[in-house]
Design a protein around this ligand. Structure first.
Ligand code: ADP
Ligand code: MG
Length: 567
């Protein structure tokens, strides 16, 4: 163990030397009240920045144990510390006005509170992981600036962001209590026969399509309609009222621009917790909810889509369907079947992103094009069987067709951003104006056939390099020589989730896929390993930018791997 003075001397000696010499600073340094660990030093000023950690004993960090004693609270506090660190680092760098060389950063976060490797709490200490662009002029080391960053800035950030005594205790308390309440609510959903809950007063709209923060001006708070109003008791906040969406089939109807998609989006993201003041912090959804959409152009590998698609032209089988370029309807069918294979319990569909011919086939079309000339069985004829045969519920935004009134259990109308329960009215209309459709779904939903992925078809290597994983924003992973397009997988909210998913595919291959097991079992194993041993099992170095994902998004990435082969 070396101390801070040693690091200072070392950096001053390195001043002006070639950038490569920075590698000598790798190691552990004992600072007066924390340990600084330099895990990886970048090879040149333009490479990805160096990886560092600080560890503070609990006696120094000083957080009362009740802020991290339960799993919910611990994740909430770690999220809070990540945000505080980001803020303090940001303030410092704007004061110093440094560019990429001389930057200091922690994993970027959004509105969700997620389990991330950026901040960890062990029995002994609090650990925070971040990256630093070690300062350079051209390709020479700027030793003095490095001393400033590592020996002065880091202690300042630690003081400001990671010590309880220098933080305002109220927002921390609010964060841990909010997250605990949300987890509590989500847990109670199924015993109450619900799949989602939106509390009164929730603020659902976002600032823009590219800004997930809440809309501040003119946002209309959510107000539950009487028949669907439910009450919950939360551990901290106590009584909460709002709209409960029952299991079964729910339609969200209403005029264009009246808030349907915004409500569905909030429900989609209700599988995650959100920070206080997000507006959706107590919107909770069944953890098995999967957004389903059309995604033409995607690849599909060996999926049994026969419940929805049969008798393709040229006699192609749909029991093990593969394509490199799926159509809108086929991709939507595959997205549903893959979600079911992965264990989804709630499907979320928005007409805005659905394939029309997958959703409806009305009486006139049934007469013009006979069933034996139409491979697609529309969702309307399968949605009920999915619930009766497999217990899988669906929430569907559908402003354009009333045919679904027959199969819905609940119909919610959005009007001026407010929900109304119009189930009885919709049922009466369905009675009065029969669709006169012929049901096409058969007696049962059909099989959900698990596939066995083949390990040799999953290759993250590229030429000589052993593993190549790269992430662009939240919608693309470079996996070996291949790009996995995840733009249509809408419940991935942070780039760090993609980083973790890419590593999890490699982990799954090594640990489980080699054993030729069915995909659901592989997903179970990987998720269980992460739950018991933490995200660090996915990496060799202690990485600070791995963020927890769900089994569904891991499956989604694997399913979109174009090299994939299955049995
Ligand atoms: P729909 O799907 O019914 O056409 P959207 O959900 O896309 O409608 O909403 C239309 C617009 O209204 C969006 O810009 C959205 O941000 C805004 N909006 C949605 N809900 C609210 C609300 N509660 N208060 C204010 N604006 C809202
Ligand atoms: Mg819409």
């Amino acid at each position: 163990m070396t101390n801070r003075e040693t690091l200072r001397q070392l950096l001053l000696q390195l001043d002006n030397r070639s950038y490569k010499a920075y590698r000598d600073i790798k190691g552990r340094y004992q600072f007066p009240d924390f340990t600084l660990i330099i895990d990886r030093v970048q090879g040149d000023p333009f490479a990805s920045p160096s990886q560092l950690r600080v560890q503070l004993p609990h006696s120094v960090a000083g957080f009362p144990p009740n802020l991290y004693q339960t799993r919910s609270r611990e994740i909430a506090l770690r999220d809070y510390l990540t945000r505080q660190f980001a803020k303090a680092a940001q303030e410092l760098s704007s004061r110093r006005g440094t560019g990429k060389s001389g930057m200091m950063a922690i994993v970027p976060v959004g509105q969700s509170v997620l389990d991330r490797t950026s901040a960890l709490i062990t029995p002994e200490f609090l650990e925070v992981r971040f990256v630093v662009g070690l300062p350079a002029r051209g390709r020479s080391i700027l030793g003095r600036q490095a001393v400033e960053m590592l020996c002065e800035d880091i202690p300042e950030i630690v003081d400001k962001a990671l010590k309880y005594q220098s933080l305002n205790p109220n927002p921390i308390q609010q964060q841990v209590e909010t997250v605990e309440d949300a987890d509590g609510l989500r847990q109670q959903l199924s015993e109450r026969g619900l799949v989602a809950f939106i509390p009164d007063g929730a603020m659902l709209p976002r600032r823009s399509g590219v800004d997930e923060r809440p809309l501040l001006t003119e946002a209309v708070p959510f107000h539950s309609p009487e028949p669907l109003r439910v009450e919950f008791t939360c551990p901290n906040r106590g009584l909460v009222t709002g709209m409960g969406i029952p299991a079964g089939i729910t339609l969200i109807v209403g005029g264009g621009y009246h808030g349907k998609s915004t409500l569905l989006r909030a429900i989609e993201l209700g599988v995650y917790n959100h920070i206080p003041e997000d507006g959706r912090e107590l919107v909770v959804t069944d953890a098995g909810a999967m957004k389903i959409r059309a995604e033409d152009g995607r690849s599909i590998v060996g999926v049994d889509i026969s419940p929805f698609i049969n008798q393709l032209p040229q006699g192609r089988s749909t029991r093990q369907f593969s394509t490199t370029n799926a159509s809108g309807s086929t991709s939507q069918a595959a997205n549903i079947m893959e979600a079911l294979e992965a264990g989804a319990t709630l499907l979320l569909v928005d007409e805005d992103t659905a394939a029309t011919n997958f959703m409806i086939r009305d009486r006139r079309m049934q007469q013009l094009i006979a069933k034996d000339k139409e491979p697609i069985t529309p969702l309307i004829d399968k949605i009920r069987q999915l619930y009766t045969d497999y217990g899988v519920s669906t929430i569907l935004v559908m402003g354009g067709s009333g045919d679904y009134f027959d199969v819905a259990d609940t119909v919610i109308a959005m009007e001026n951003f407010q929900p109304d329960d119009v189930t009885a009215k919709a049922k009466a209309i369905a009675q009065q104006h029969q669709t006169e459709r012929t049901p096409e779904g058969g007696e049962t939903f059909g099989h959900i056939t698990p596939r066995i992925p083949l390990a040799e078809s999953i290759d993250p290597s590229r030429g000589q390099r052993d593993v190549k994983l790269k992430v662009r924003d939240v919608d693309e992973v470079v996996f070996g020589t291949e790009e996995i397009d995840l733009a249509a997988v809408e419940q991935i909210v942070e780039r760090g989730q993609l980083r973790a998913i890419a590593s999890a595919i490699v982990y799954a291959k090594e640990e489980y896929i080699k054993g030729q097991r069915p995909l659901p079992e592989i997903l179970n194993q990987v998720m269980a390993d992460i739950e018991t041993q933490g995200l660090d099992i996915l990496s060799h170095l202690p990485e600070g930018d791995l963020v927890l994902f769900r089994r569904f998004e891991l499956a989604a990435a694997l399913n979109r791997l174009r090299s994939l082969k299955v049995r």
